[in-house]
Design a protein around this ligand. Structure first.
Ligand code: AMP
Length: 464
């Protein structure tokens, strides 16, 4: 039986180094625009190089920060800030795990914001605990903090080299290290991290949409395995580890996670999704009257499908902007009610129409099944579902809180069976070849584990 709970997103990180800037405010705007990457907790840390302070809380960025705590974080002498939005992928949800994780010591401090998931966190933690290190959270991120703390006297390059050598899995990090801003990406670059400039100041963020929000310019992506050190001397960069060549950036960033107005590795997320929709139209054409997206996730691909097929694009499902979470317990009827509260059909659009319904992915199948019911009740004659990614068959170990294989519908049923289960007239998934053509890439340049089961960076618990 497929469960109701949703797939979760991951995290957003932000960092800025500069003088005479309103760092806390810029960090706030940065994570505000990365809110889609995590809604569970948010935090900002600022430092003048010696005195580090932070504020963290549970909930949305706009709920965690207010005039009072922002005023406390707004100190004119500060030179570096990091910030984080979190959705737990490893570790519990509590405030204790909110980031940035902070460590203070005489004349300095560290604050760490991490996006990704470590696969050998349990064994690292055991070893560090045996060596006498304490852990205050149950988050895998604290392993990185403790490794850095242990080697901090050698400076950031030595400490981060130790991180790269010991830690496995996915990590994109923005960190305050005394008077420096540090950026680090895992050797395969599984999670995104980009570098920007605001006047003379350097900025790091999970996605370039955070730069747009503060008026900064995207300079480039941080390279896989690259360490970035920003301080009063400017920017210093070093590749700490070479790529395995077996994988790369999470392909789901292009499919679902990243905001359409972001650019990753020189590719516009919107344009890439539109291209996926075009490929989908080539692979699964169908005679229909309208193409309509599942808002918002299917919109860019639906535009591409409509352009390629020549079928009229129209919005047909209206999203309630104010539904963040609904407290309705599982059960098929409640499930549908929940979707209906979030997405409401325009009957005049659907009545007697043959509909192509486009979404980016099917995970458990609950959303699409409910939507088909809703659109049929609104009078649609036929519903042809088109999905702009391949069947989702394997859980993610690199930063996405995915259901177990047992709950992934495509891991357990054929496309024909899924089509029947969701009640569609036809169902087409974009093939891996089609996806690669849309991305103008090769599978080994990406992490495709959710579609292939190829866990090139290991699995959680490998070393246990
Ligand atoms: P499901 O109802 O379980 O099949 O989930 C599929 C829906 O969830 C689609 O509309 C996707 O756009 C969306 N989705 C896919 N991945 C995620 C994720 N990691 N977090 C939240 N929603 C997601």
């Amino acid at each position: 039986m497929l469960h109701e709970a949703k797939l979760k997103e991951e995290c957003g990180v932000f960092g800025i180094y500069g003088h005479d800037l309103e760092l806390a405010k810029l960090a706030y705007f940065g994570i505000f625009s990365l809110q889609h990457r995590g809604q569970e907790s948010a935090g900002i840390a600022v430092s003048d190089g010696q005195d580090l302070i932070s504020h963290k809380g549970q909930g949305l960025v706009a709920d965690v920060f207010n005039e009072t705590n922002m005023a406390q974080l707004s100190r004119s002498k500060d030179i570096v800030a990091v910030a984080h939005t979190r959705y737990s992928t490893a570790g519990g949800k509590g405030i204790i795990n909110a980031q940035p994780l902070v460590a203070r010591y005489l004349n300095g401090g560290m604050a760490l914001a991490h996006n990704g998931n470590l696969v050998n966190a349990a064994s690292i933690r055991r070893k560090l605990e045996q060596e006498g290190y304490f852990f205050q959270t149950d988050s895998d991120t604290e392993c990185i903090l403790n490794i850095v703390a242990r080697y901090r006297h050698g400076g950031p390059e030595v400490a981060m080299q130790q991180v790269v050598e010991r830690v496995r899995g996915a990590y994109s990090v923005a960190m305050i290290f005394d008077d420096k801003l540090i950026g680090l990406r895992d050797p395969d670059g599984i999670r995104p991290l980009c570098l920007g400039k605001l006047g003379d100041s350097w900025v790091l963020a999970s996605e370039s949409c955070a730069f747009t929000a503060i008026g900064a310019e995207l300079i480039r992506d941080v390279k896989p395995g690259e360490l970035i050190i920003i301080d009063s001397q400017g920017l210093h960069s070093k590749i700490l580890s070479s790529k395995s060549g077996k994988g790369g950036l999470c392909i789901f960033e292009y499919i679902y996670f990243s905001r359409p107005d972001s650019t990753i590795n020189g590719k516009s997320i919107y344009k890439t999704r539109e291209q996926m929709g075009r490929m989908l139209a080539k692979q699964y054409p169908v005679a229909a009257d309208i193409v309509t997206p599942v808002p918002d996730s299917g919109r860019s691909a639906a535009v591409g499908y409509a352009k390629e097929s020549g079928i009229h694009f129209t919005e047909g499902l209206i999203k309630n902007r104010y539904v963040a979470r609904t407290f309705i317990t599982p059960g098929q009827e409640e499930r549908e009610l929940k979707v209906r509260l979030k997405l409401s059909p325009i009957p005049e659009v659907f009545r007697d129409k043959r509909v192509v319904l486009v979404d980016d992915s099917i995970v458990r199948g609950t959303t699409i099944k409910s939507l088909i019911n809703i659109i049929k009740s609104a009078g649609a004659k036929e519903i042809h579902v088109r999905v702009s990614s391949p069947p989702y068959i394997s859980p993610c170990y690199y930063g996405i809180d995915t259901p177990n294989e047992a709950d992934l519908i495509a891991a357990n049923y054929s496309t024909e069976e899924i089509c029947q289960f969701i009640g569609a007239d036809s169902l087409g998934y974009l093939s891996m070849e089609g996806l690669m053509e849309a991305l103008n890439g090769k599978p080994h340049q990406f992490c495709t584990a959710c579609f292939t089961g190829n866990y090139f960076a290991g699995r959680v618990g490998d070393d246990d």
